[in-house]
Design a protein. Structure first.
Length: 132
């Protein structure tokens, strides 16, 4: 009786192990292929939706319309003037009104630039907005 494995047993063991590894990797690869295909089609669907979407026409801002909007939202206006980039507005407001103000501005106009700084730490922001 031989203490060593014969070549035939080693070959059969190697082939069996190779079949198991390939069988597992093929299922993993097919799942990976399906996931990549699914993501690809989601991306293509998004691009098609983006292409077919209608652009929303927003109104052109004027200094008086911005003063009226900010005044109706009880914002302390520092200055409103026309610049090269659009109409620039500087104002002060508390943190509770800031999100609603941004939402209103975005729904009516295109915001080119926005910055808000709270130097006091009390939630009272000095903001600068440029809209077109």
């Amino acid at each position: 009786m031989s203490r060593y494995l014969s070549r035939r047993v080693v070959y059969l063991f190697s082939v069996g192990l190779l079949v198991l590894i390939l069988g597992y990797s093929f299922t993993s690869l097919s799942e990976l292929r399906d996931r990549v295909t699914h993501e690809y089609f989601k991306h293509k669907e998004f691009l098609l939706d983006l292409k077919l979407a209608k652009e929303v026409k927003k109104s052109t801002p004027t200094e008086s319309s911005l003063r009226e909007l900010l005044g109706s939202m009880r914002v302390n206006i520092e200055s409103v003037y026309a610049s090269e980039g659009g109409i620039e507005v500087r104002f002060e407001t508390d943190w509770r009104r800031l999100p609603q103000l941004i939402k209103e501005l975005e729904s009516r106009y295109r915001i080119v630039n926005f910055s808000a700084v709270d130097n006091t730490g009390k939630g009272f922001f000095k903001a600068r907005v440029v809209v077109r």
